[in-house]
Ligand binder design. Structure first.
Ligand code: BDR
Ligand code: CA
Length: 310
């Protein structure tokens, strides 16, 4: 049986590939796509999710708009990486579907309430929508199998020395989710920086030569050029689809159980995840943390998904 999945995202170049992998993989039953402000303002991320589906011919999955900003601070979009509209520098089609009437949290709640099985939430942006769900619908949390979140890091950050963008955009939301008791898998920068979009990967995806592949190759080239300019990484990392890859193929990454906390106050470390890999704090383990990527397996999943779409 395919795993029922809700994808909460902030597209964003790499989120688009998470949408495509979730829509195309036979082991995923994609029940909803919900959007959150992060890489761009909510108007852009909600539009970009529909663009991702339009390009790839994904139909019939409800797409909802969620939180316009973090719980306790102003949104600071990642426009230096993703551009002013969060999919900068590529030609965008008109969208072929409208937004769901419900907001993101209402849609997630409806999916959880009506599903016959437990539902997995893949989150590839700030955890704002998921935190609102925890606060508004505590009665539905036992309907969640687990949350697989791209965010945080066991080591370095990408917006400050220790803080990763999704964690740093809404640290209070991370604290609420960590405290919710729902099983959490953290897919942090420490592993997504192993998923480098090399020249060979870009060429293979362009070579698939479908509408989805050509659009995807344009996104990847743009992503790599902004990572080169701002992150000194000419082969940028394809972060977000690793959440879906881990749902469909647990062998794509090694994991460890660990204590994860989020720094809310540090002068230089607000938004950093403290991942106690060495069990120094003796505090209860509250997360599964992804560590080592099977790079070839990962790209095989991505390329098959792109090839399966139109
Ligand atoms: C994360 O931040 C966003 O810019 C990407 O889409 C990814 O979710 C990486 O830090
Ligand atoms: Ca993202």
């Amino acid at each position: 049986m395919p795993t029922p999945v809700i994808l909460d995202c902030d597209p964003g170049y790499d989120d688009v590939f998470a949408i495509w992998l979730a829509a195309a993989h036979p082991s995923v039953d994609l029940r909803a796509i919900t959007t959150v402000a992060g890489n761009g303002a909510i108007e852009h991320t909600a539009l970009n999710a529909r663009i991702a589906c339009t390009v790839a011919g994904v139909r019939g999955v409800p797409i909802a708009r969620g939180a316009a900003g973090p719980l306790a601070q102003e949104l600071a979009p990642a426009d230096w990486i993703h551009g002013a509209n969060a999919l900068g520098g590529v030609e965008l089609p008109d969208v072929a579907m409208s937004l769901d009437d419900r907001d993101a949290v209402a849609l997630i709640a409806d999916v959880l309430r009506t599903a016959d099985e437990l539902v997995t939430i893949a989150a590839t942006g700030p955890l704002t929508n998921v935190a609102h769900l925890v606060q508004r619908h505590p009665d539905l949390l036992d309907r969640i199998e687990r949350i697989v979140w791209m965010g945080g890091s066991t080591g370095r950050g990408n917006v400050s020395p220790y803080a990763e963008f999704n964690a740093s955009t809404d640290p209070e939301a991370v604290a609420i989710v960590l405290g919710s008791g729902v099983a959490l898998t953290m897919v942090g920068l420490n592993i997504t920086h192993q998923a480098l979009i090399t020249r060979e990967v870009r060429a293979r995806i362009r070579g698939i030569d479908t509408a989805t592949a050509r659009f995807g190759a344009d996104l990847l080239e743009r992503f790599c050029s902004t990572y080169d300019a701002f992150g000194d990484m000419p082969d940028g990392p394809l972060h977000d689809p690793l959440t879906i890859a881990m749902i469909v193929d647990p062998t794509v990454a090694t994991t460890v159980r660990a204590r994860v906390d989020i720094e809310l106050r540090g002068e230089h470390t607000r938004g950093a995840t403290a991942v106690d890999l060495l069990e120094l704090t003796h505090r209860p383990k509250n997360a599964t943390v992804a560590l080592e990527l099977d790079v070839d397996r990962y790209w095989a999943l991505i390329e098959s998904a792109v090839a399966a779409l139109r």
